[in-house]
Design a binder for this molecule. Structure first.
Ligand code: C2E
Ligand code: CA
Ligand code: CA
Length: 546
């Protein structure tokens, strides 16, 4: 899970996800455009088929009307002169049909061109029989004295007509190819004109109604037949031809899809970033399990013994990385999670510290938010330690700020002190706050900002360290000097130490997880200063510095 989640947190992975979103959106939009385009292509092809079919339908109809007329009007003795003139009367109609034949039972006896055949000619088995009309395709018409001509003969007993061959006109769209043919009731196909072979696709695709299904081997194919079901037109549109003819539109679609995809990816990226931002993650997952604590030992300077520790919070991110306070304290404050956060820290610390050996006595320093110095909030949060007061003395460190001066905060500080909790000003000397605070606030101690202890020897800040220490001593308050990183600085501090002075810093120990802190305590038997001040110093082995 942590692995999976880290995919969303790392910037590199997020870029990859955004790229994937872009690609998916691009494919989706292109797909939509494709569906619309396919529908459009289908509409165009149907229109082309329709206009071609219309011409053949008209011919079909003419043939049918002509048969009706022949049956009605040609009543004279077959093949007699009167019969011939009755045939010719029908032939004058402007229907494109001119050769009429008398052929009872498929045996030609006379026609307009051949008024009386010497020997009747049997047409043989028709190529197609549909709707009581028999059809012979592309017959040599020499036997009708029409030498060199070919034509299709349609027979509706006892009359037959020669149907002239019809060519399809060029389609309106250059990328559409058409084929006309006759579809016999037995499903056989007779190519009549246009591009041969289009009809050779499977029936379903040819007749398909939906957008993409007529797509076959890089081309759309469709077929429609006329009312009689005999005259059919098949159409084909090759994708390559469409692209060649419509490349400008295709380009516009491509660019449009890319832009839409970019917009979607940007929105997606924004949502992912918002959902997986540290802020959002922290607010969703802040709970007892996500709080990780480190304990940094604090020593009593005069005796060199460990007197307590400062509890420092870390936060376990959803991908299991451990974040330091500078990453999340601001979020805690911004979203008013201070009480909840401090309470989670206090509970966690209580659980972990309770696991230390029974004889361990410690002063435990917590960092608190000044804004929580109202009402009984802090009193309630730290009451969890009431049951273990003989083991753990509690100090709350408040960052020195204007907020401390509020009357209500002052009242709360006094309230906490009455409850046996010590209050320290944290980071004293940092920022712009007034040194006079030190004199006016009723606090138990002061934590000197680490900038002083960290300052190189001889620097102005190092000189200020001496004055700051003197100033704090003048108020009779306890003091923790933090940020002690070197043996020299510790030795120097110890030289001037009074019983109220303490120190903390990497030279003494880095902040430690509870098990390592327990090991540290096993090596350096701890003793809170309040006890130390009156007790005789223990054996040298338990001291940080002998
Ligand atoms: P802080 O209260 O000044 O805590 C001391 C910080 O100095 C810690 O940083 C500690 O690791 C670091 N430090 C200790 N010894 C040395 C040293 O010798 N040299 C140097 N250069 N640094 C040293 P950390 O743990 O990153 O904490 C940063 C700040 O976050 C703390 O500053 C404190 O203001 C805040 N914080 C930490 N835990 C909590 C908490 O539970 N609640 C609240 N409200 N704030 C917390
Ligand atoms: Ca602190
Ligand atoms: Ca500090």
């Amino acid at each position: 899970m942590a692995k999976l989640v880290s995919v969303f947190i790392s910037a590199g992975h997020r870029r990859l996800i955004v790229a994937v979103i872009w690609a998916a959106a691009f494919a989706f939009v292109l797909g939509l455009i494709g569906i619309v385009a396919a529908r459009q292509i289908g509409i165009v092809m149907r229109a082309e088929i329709g206009s071609a079919l219309e011409r053949f339908e008209r011919l079909d109809e003419n043939v049918r009307n002509t048969f009706a007329m022949l049956h009605k009007d040609v009543t004279a003795e077959p093949c007699s002169p009167a019969f011939g003139s009755q045939l010719r009367k029908v032939a004058f109609l402007p229907d494109g049909l001119s050769e009429f034949i008398y052929a009872p039972d498929g045996v030609v006896r006379c026609s307009i061109s051949a008024p009386r055949l010497v020997a009747p000619v049997a047409l043989g088995t028709p190529d197609i029989t549909a709707d009581s009309v028999a059809i012979w395709l592309d017959r040599d018409l020499g036997f009708l004295r029409l030498d060199g001509l070919h034509g299709t003969i349609a027979l509706s007993e006892p009359f037959a007509v020669v149907v002239p061959k019809q060519q399809i006109v060029t389609p309106f769209h250059p990328w559409v190819e058409l084929e006309t043919g006759l579809a016999a009731p037995d499903n056989s196909w007779w190519h009549r004109s246009g591009t041969p072979g289009i009809n050779e696709h499977d029936e379903n695709r040819l007749a398909s109604g939906s957008a993409w299904s007529p797509l076959h081997a890089g081309a759309f194919v469709l077929r429609q037949c006329g009312r009689s079901g005999l005259q059919c037109v098949a159409a084909r549109a090759r994708l390559a031809d469409i692209l060649a003819a419509e490349w400008k539109r295709f380009l516009v679609a491509l660019v449009g899809a890319a832009l839409v995809a970019a917009w979607v990816a940007a929105q997606g990226s924004r949502l992912i970033r918002a959902y997986w931002s540290l802020e959002a993650r922290f607010r969703r997952h802040l709970d007892a399990g996500s709080i990780v604590l480190a304990y940094q030992p604090i020593i009593h300077l005069e005796s060199g013994r460990v007197s307590g520790c400062e509890v420092l919070a870390r936060w376990r991110d959803v991908d299991d990385t451990i974040l330091f306070p500078d990453a999340f304290i601001g979020i805690v404050e911004r979203y008013d999670l201070t009480r909840r956060f401090t309470s989670l820290v206090a509970q966690r610390a209580f659980e972990e510290l309770s696991s230390l050996p029974d004889q361990v006595r410690l002063r435990v320093n917590f960092n608190i938010f000044p804004r929580d110095l109202d009402g009984d909030t802090l009193r309630e949060i730290f009451s969890i330690f009431d049951q273990a007061r003989e083991r753990f003395e509690i100090t709350l460190e408040i960052v020195e700020s204007g907020a401390i001066q509020a009357d209500s905060a002052q009242r709360e500080i006094e309230e906490l002190r009455r409850a046996g909790i010590d209050i320290y000003i944290d980071d004293f000397g940092a920022g712009y706050s007034n040194m006079a605070n030190l004199a006016t606030l009723s606090v138990d101690g002061v934590k000197l900002d680490r900038a002083f202890a960290l300052a190189p020897d001889g620097s102005l800040t190092a000189q200020m360290l001496v004055h700051a220490v003197e100033m704090i001593r003048a108020t009779g308050r306890a003091m923790v000097i933090e940020g002690v990183e070197t043996a020299e600085r510790l030795a120097q501090l110890r030289r001037w130490a009074t019983p109220l002075d303490h120190a903390q810093g990497y030279f003494i120990s880095r902040p430690l997880a509870i098990d390592r802190f327990a090991a540290f305590l096993a090596d350096h038997e701890p003793q809170p200063a309040s006890i130390e001040a009156t007790a005789i110093a223990g054996p040298g082995a338990s001291r940080i510095v002998a």
